[in-house]
Write a new protein. Structure first.
Length: 333
């Protein structure tokens, strides 16, 4: 079969990214323009500013990709775009841009779910081997998902309340560290010890929970402040991270034993966390499970993962017409 080149677009949050992906497993060229510094001034992503910045930047990002990738428009087989879930205004910029390119260049249009993108980011490093267990950890998701085949998702566990990334971000705020919260809490935790007692999380089966842990951190900080005591931020970040990641490890271990899992992948923004990567890696070594985690640059939001997730859809001709719309909450799991 001839090589397939997909031009992929991701604008679901605060990264404007376009990539060209070959055969779903090789990123030929990618540009990720992050708005992080702008949103850091506000302590989090401001949706209105995010969509305006995507509009300002997306054409420049495309120009860069077309001039540096050495791929001609004639060689591109399809245009893929994240249509959901995410910030509505941000998604709309990408979707309308993708529709325009598909129309102008007469290419098929492939709508891609952002969470599928995070999962298929693994194909850019190691090809997915089915059946597998996907650990999906991001700002909006904390799921354990069995996959029997491409796009066959069966959720065995999810959070009952907050997502793990959301908890990292809230803890960052209460510790007074800058946006983006997750990586900065990880940095603090690196030089700390898990000395604070934040209680234990009690959930049954494969359910998970983060709101109690988050509240424990918030209450502890407030109480210590009222007493005029100093908080050791490194130790508190480390205590939080140990429990937050520990819960994922514990539920994954249960799944490995119950379902005789042989392949595990990790997906989503929190998969960039080194402590989580190491803990899951130790667990997989212990139980002789094959583990795949995307390279750092493919863990956080990027267009290459959208091109990777679009490939099986291209093969199965899952194209959309120009009525494609963005959706803030279209869940595929
Ligand atoms: O997957 P993602 O880019 O957004 C969604 O699709 O939801 O993940 C963003 C989340 C944020 O909550 C961010 O704080 C978290 O991933 N994150 C991290 C790290 N890098 C990103 N959390 C912990 N440690 C990190 N190194
Ligand atoms: Zn994401």
């Amino acid at each position: 079969m001839k090589d397939v080149y997909i031009l992929a677009i991701e604008t679901s949050c605060d990264e404007t990214s376009i990539a060209i992906v070959k055969n779903g497993n090789e990123c030929v060229y990618m540009n990720v323009l992050t708005q992080m510094d702008t949103h850091a001034n506000f302590g989090g992503v401001v949706p209105e500013i995010a969509s305006r910045m995507h509009t300002e930047n997306i054409t420049m990002v495309l120009e860069d990709v077309l001039s540096k990738s050495n791929i001609k428009i004639d060689q591109i087989n399809a245009i893929a775009v994240t249509y959901a879930p995410g910030l509505m205004g941000s998604l709309l910029v990408g979707v309308e841009f993708a529709k325009t390119l598909a129309y102008l260049w007469d290419k098929p249009l492939i709508p891609v779910n952002h969470m599928a993108g995070h999962i298929y980011a693994n194909n850019l490093t190691n090809k997915l081997t089915f059946p597998l267990l996907a650990i999906v950890v991001s700002g909006g998701h904390t799921n354990l998902i069995m996959m029997e085949d491409d796009y066959k998702f069966s959720v065995i566990g999810s959070t009952l309340d907050d997502a793990i990334g959301e908890a990292y971000d809230k803890v960052a705020r209460v510790l007074g560290v800058k946006y983006p919260g997750g990586p900065n809490v990880e940095k603090l935790a690196k030089d700390g010890q898990p000395t604070y007692n934040l209680g234990t999380i009690k959930t049954s089966g494969y359910d998970m929970s983060y709101s109690g842990l988050k509240s424990s951190v918030i209450n502890l900080v407030h109480n210590e402040k009222q007493r005029g005591n100093e908080i050791n931020k490194n130790d508190l970040a480390c205590s939080f991270q140990t429990i937050a990641v520990g819960q994922i490890v514990q539920k994954t271990k249960k799944a490995i034993k119950e379902f005789q899992i042989k392949n595990i992948i990790v997906a989503g923004g929190v998969s960039a966390n080194n402590y989580l990567r190491n803990e899951i890696s130790k667990l997989c070594d212990e139980y002789n499970v094959n583990l795949s985690i995307p390279e750092f640059k493919y863990c956080t939001d990027n267009a290459a993962m959208i091109g990777a997730a679009a490939y099986p859809l291209f093969i199965n001709k899952k194209f959309s017409d120009f009525s494609l719309n963005a959706s803030s909450s279209d869940e595929i799991f």
